[in-house]
Write a protein that binds this ligand. Sequence first.
Ligand SMILES: [Zn+2]
Length: 178
Amino acid sequence: MLAAILMKTLLTITFTFLAIFCFGQIRENNDALYGLTIAYKPAVISVLADTGVISTSVNNGNISKMTYTSMMPGQYKIQISGHGQLRTIRDSIVVKNGQNLVLNFTFGGPCLYDHPADYIPTCPKKHTDSIISIVYGLVVTRGDSLIKDRKNLKIKYAGCVTTGCDPQFYCKEHDIEF
Ligand SMILES: [Zn+2]
């Protein structure tokens, strides 16, 4: 009998705690949260409203959370695309008055910039000329060896910051990295 009463009290305390916890979560986190799992990287993420595209950005797989502020309340769609990949649309993204839209990303697949060792660099526009390597990291030059005209470039220097999934080649003809 005593044990039953004790049990009931414990349960009541547990439920009260859970209720406070959940309520606290909702009050503190006034965001419209959506999780997106993408099987490749980089991915182009577009937020679409009825009026058109309101935001487009590239995620190289290094950004796990994107927050969109100053959203008009309403229904949105998220479009996910990548080179050579099927375009997918996630609809019924609801943002209520005063909410930020927060997207949490999980990347599960290969980096589309990883090429096999015997890969012949081919522009997405299907040609193999006018293509140069992209070099990452600190580059020491004499200053005069950096040529402004991209037609004359032999190597493209891309700076020190890498994401772990970065383009390896550059098409001078079409100004595309891949
Ligand atoms: Zn090209």
